[in-house]
Structure formats: C-alpha cells, structure tokens
Design a protein around this ligand. Structure first.
Ligand code: ZN
Length: 381
C-alpha cells in the first residue's frame, strides 16, 4: 500500500483552458504558497543544458539505484516543488531550443534504455532505477541527488518508464500531469496510474503552471494565473500544457513520433460546476465515436461518474476540453501546436476531474482509477 498524502487545504484546483472553469481563487489552489508576484529569485544557476560528460563521475552517465516506489519519489519531488517552484517563483528555467531538444532526446533515450543516454542529461538531472512493488523495474529521469533526494534547479519535469516489458503485460499509454500543484493531486494520481496500471510512461511537469510571469503567444487564454481579477490572460511559459518552449512538450513530441502506437492520457483538475464530475475529450472539439477517449467516458459512466462529453454535450457551462493543449495538437499532427489545431485526433485523452475523483481514498477516486485501467487495455505477455 502506498501512502498517498491527502491535500489538506483542499482547494479545488481548476485547470482552466480557454476561459473555462474555475470559481476558486488561484492564489490558494493546490496548497501552493501564496506569493504571486513576490518571487523572482528562483532560477538556479549553472545548470543549463550542457552535456553532462564526466561531471562528478557518479552523476549522469550511470543510472543510480534507489529504494522506494514511484509514488513516493513523485511525492517527494512534488513536496520540493511546492517549496521552490510555486506560483510566482520564476523557478522554471526557460531552455534554448537546442537545450530543449537535447534534453528531450536524452530523456527518451534513457526511458527506452539507451546506455549512452545518461551522459547527455544536464548535470542537475539523474537517471535513476528503482523497483516499484506494482510497476516492477522502472527507469526514472529526475532532478535528484546521488541519494535520490529531490534537488531541482531547472524544473523541467520528472519522467519514468517501465523497463521490463517482456515480463508482464503493460498498458501502451503515457500518463501525464502537466499541472502539478495547481491541479491538486494529479501528480500523485498519474504516478498511481503508471504503477498500478503498468502504463508505459509517466511524465510530471517540473513547476507550477503559474511559476513564471512570462507569457506565450499560443492560442487560448486563462484566468487561472490572474490574481487581480478573472480576466483571461495569455498562458504562461511555465505552463507545460500550453507552451511549446517546455521540455515537457518536447519529450511528449518525441515519444509521439517514436512510438506511433502509444496513447496519451493527461490528467487535470477543475472546480467549476455545470460540467458534471469529469470532462472527457480528445481535444479535437468533436466527440469521437471510438478510441480511448470514448472508452474512458464509457468506463467512467459505468461506475456512476458523471461525464461531460466534449463536442457532444451542452450544459450551458464553459467546460474545459483542452482544445488549445499543445501536446494534444502535436499528436494530432499539428506542425505548429501553438497556433494550429491538428487534423488527426484520437491518440490523446484529456481528462478534467473534480477534486474527489483525484483523491486516492475516496470512492470516486477509486472508481476513476478502475475506469482508467479498464479503458486502456493491457498488451504483452
Ligand atoms: Zn490542468
């Protein structure tokens, strides 16, 4: 049994995509420290994307073995993130395009077991191996020290994969939490889906979506980082679901390219009323008749979770359907995910959930986990 921490403050984190959702104050979402606008010193020096080389000998090139399970590691990283990479912290270090692509290449190579990959990671990142009681042998790329203790400086995210596909069935899906802290509990939910479901990959963004003040010019606006009023504003560069500058996006793109049979599930949280308990979408704007989004909706409803079907239902409320999500657009074939929709949706599932669905110990949380595992069928031995 994993010990999953319940959020105490229990603010209803609202994902908010394109002016939808949220009735709660941004500043209290997710239990993050309230310091919007007060930060400015978070960027760590000296890390920056260079090849690791022999840096320090032990770091980088050779995977380090640590104990514990994936959920515990993700929780410890999230706890550290909450201290140092909250809203207004400016913690997310914006990479150059070259650094971003090199990082994504190294991460994906490590996750796929390339022995050379560790040497290509930036010095603050380590390639970690652990044996999870549910997932089995796992590769992790994370900003941790030689003992596996979180030590972030770039805040580019945490990534994991299964390394023993031949030994047991797995689900060919990458589970991602692009809005840790803000979409309360989603990083832990993603880790649990990864481990319990033996999903092939896990990705958790490395900073609060409102960490940095800098805005991007991608499609869509949101009020979630606006502490002054509810006026929708452009997305922040630290928003891993809306900024193509994000290494999280680059890793997604590379996985999407290299593994054409891989599906993607992004878990989000919202707090608005009028959209039932869950909002399910493939991010196209049209409800798909088949595929993983349709399957997930069916499985949720079979467990008495009320589902808003994007492109099909109309409750009069603005429900968050992820149509400007850059990862969704990329996997749908967009060559400019910031500004253009794709033309071939179906691999990507965007799931927005009320708080109870994300809670590990609630009946709705248990039902949601079961529905997700039922919707993505395992393959392999
Ligand atoms: Zn979200």
């Amino acid at each position: 049994m994993k010990r999953l921490l319940l959020a105490i403050a229990a603010a209803l984190a609202a994902c908010g995509d394109g002016g939808a959702s949220t009735s709660t104050s941004t500043s209290s979402a997710g239990g993050a420290p309230v310091e919007d606008g007060a930060g400015g010193s978070g960027a760590a020096p000296g890390a920056g994307g260079g090849a690791n080389g022999e840096n320090g000998g032990a770091s980088g090139c050779v995977p380090i073995e640590i104990g514990g399970d994936v959920a515990s590691l993700v929780q410890s990283i999230a706890d550290k993130m909450d201290e140092s990479a909250g809203a207004g912290s400016e913690a997310f270090v914006v990479p150059s395009s070259k650094e971003r692509e090199a990082f994504a290449a190294a991460v994906v190579a490590a996750l796929l077991g390339d022995d050379e990959a560790g040497c290509m990671l930036p010095p603050s990142y380590r390639w970690v191996r652990l044996t999870d009681p549910d997932a089995g042998s796992v590769e992790v790329v994370a900003e941790v020290d030689a003992d596996g203790v979180p030590s972030p400086s770039l805040h580019w995210g945490t990534f994991a994969s299964l390394s023993d596909l031949e030994e047991a069935p797995h689900r060919p899906v990458a589970v991602a939490a692009p809005h840790p802290l803000f979409d309360d509990l989603t990083e832990m939910q993603a880790a649990t889906i990864f481990s319990r479901g033996r999903a092939r990959f896990l990705a958790v963004a490395g900073a609060h979506r409102c960490s940095n003040a800098a805005e991007v010019d991608c499609d869509g606006k949101t009020e979630v980082c606006n502490d002054v009023d509810d006026t929708p504003m452009p997305f922040r560069i630290s928003d891993a679901a809306h900024a193509v500058e994000s290494p999280f996006y680059a890793v997604h793109a590379r996985l999407s390219d290299e593994l054409p049979d891989l599906s993607f599930l992004q878990v989000h949280g919202f707090g608005s009323t009028g959209c039932f308990q869950a909002v399910v979408s493939d991010s196209s704007g049209t409800w798909p008749g088949a595929g993983p989004a349709a399957a997930l909706a069916t499985e949720l409803e079979a467990r008495d979770i009320g589902v808003f079907h994007c492109g099909l239902d109309d409750t009069g409320a603005a429900c968050p359907c992820g149509e400007t999500n850059v990862e969704a657009r990329y996997s749908a074939g967009s060559t400019d995910a910031c500004h253009e929709v794709g033309d071939d949706y179906g691999r990507f599932v965007h799931l927005e959930q009320l708080h109870t669905l994300r809670e590990p110990d609630s009946a709705e949380g248990q039902a949601t986990l079961e529905a997700i595992l039922a919707a993505f069928e395992p393959i392999g031995p």
